[in-house]
Design a binder for this molecule. Structure first.
Ligand code: ADP
Ligand code: MG
Length: 337
């Protein structure tokens, strides 16, 4: 649906976009995730034909965005970082103006505008001047203009920035609704936003794509270990020997607890190892009650911070993954033989 190939955008000697390549398939919600200055807006402006790339190309449904802009742009609706709304128009006037620009046939215009106003819930605002709308409603008008013409792909640059929490939830819901009938690409510097809405995340840092996968796989890939924190009451010797009989731990550490007669135990286990039940029964069997048990696994937030601060980590992870694949391939081969 969209192919981005070796995109580079230079401003002087700075590369805002640095050899970016990816493919967007139909029917998913994609998230561009990256800190401010990562190159998200620049990439989106190039993909939508608002900005020329220094190198590389963008194909929309096979059409080069620069060589066949009309064909390519027909497939795209775009809400840039600053919504292109005219403050002195009413909502209705503005949407009619956009429909005309997008060459929506006259006979279809009114129905389409009514339907889209209904969809983004601005029907009551039709006769209001845009300058008198709240930021949340202005953003809905921005969304409406992107949806006019029902393009296959809707690109939204930081669609919830500057909105209050209630408006953010409403816009997210709206994006999910739009995602049922359109391919959506949205950008955000907030991880929770992207993981709440998107099926697929592309992490961008310093103009480079440093990771792209489903939210689940991204956290899975980076999960090194689980941590289990416990406070156990009882004699230290008993506790230590009992834990020593449980296999599957990477590391264990004991310290005196703030609670009288208790030991704080911290355990690291490999991913996919969960010893909680076994520990519960063992300690119960020795009359050593567990007063606290807390299980943590690395969150996607940690992954994002780690990746954007230390992109080399990903290469290491990739190499590990490649080695694992080689192992599997070798195993499969030996089975065949
Ligand atoms: P994001 O949207 O991820 O915050 P941008 O795409 O806006 O990032 O910017 C990427 C980098 O390119 C930043 O370092 C920014 O300062 C730089 N940049 C963006 N636009 C221009 C411009 N018109 N002239 C010079 N530098 C720019
Ligand atoms: Mg931006």
């Amino acid at each position: 649906m969209i192919q981005v190939k070796n995109l580079v955008k230079r401003y002087g000697d700075q590369k805002a976009v640095d050899n970016l390549s990816f493919t967007i398939e139909k029917g998913q919600i994609y998230g561009f995730l990256g800190p401010n200055g990562a190159g998200k807006s620049t990439t989106m402006n190039i993909m939508t034909g608002y900005l020329a790339a220094t190198e590389g190309e963008v194909l929309i449904d096979g059409h080069n965005i620069l060589e066949e802009p009309e064909e390519a742009k027909r497939h795209i609706g775009y809400l840039p970082e600053i919504p292109p709304v005219y403050m002195d128009m009413t909502v209705g006037e503005y949407l009619r103006f956009v429909a005309e620009l997008k060459k929506i046939p006259k006979a279809e215009r009114e129905k389409q505008i009514d339907d889209i106003m209904e969809l983004v819930k601005i029907t009551d605002m039709e006769h209001r001047l845009i300058k008198n709308l709240s930021k949340g409603y202005r953003q809905r008008v921005g969304l409406a203009q992107a949806v006019i013409g029902y393009p296959d792909i809707i690109i939204l640059d930081e669609p919830t920035v500057g909105l209050d929490p209630k408006q953010i939830i409403e816009i997210r819901e709206l994006i999910k609704t739009l995602g049922k009938n359109h391919t959506i690409i949205l950008s955000s510097h907030i991880l929770s936003e992207v993981s709440a809405v998107c099926d697929y995340i592309m992490i961008i840092s310093h103009g480079k794509l440093i990771a792209s996968d489903t939210p689940e796989n991204l956290s899975e890939m980076m999960v090194g270990s689980n941590t289990l924190e416990l406070t156990v009451k009882g004699e230290r010797g008993t506790i230590v020997s009992e834990f020593a009989s449980i296999p599957g731990m990477d590391a264990i550490n004991y310290v005196d607890s703030e609670e009288d007669g208790c030991t704080d135990v911290t355990i690291q286990t490999p991913k996919n190892v969960d010893l909680r039940e076994e520990i519960f029964y063992k300690m119960a069997g020795k009359n050593c009650p567990i007063l606290k048990m807390h299980f943590t696994t690395i969150s996607l937030e940690d992954v994002f911070l780690e990746l954007t601060q230390n992109p080399d980590l990903l290469e290491q992870k990739d190499e590990e993954a490649a080695e694992n694949r080689d192992d599997v391939a070798a195993d499969e081969k030996s089975e065949v033989e």
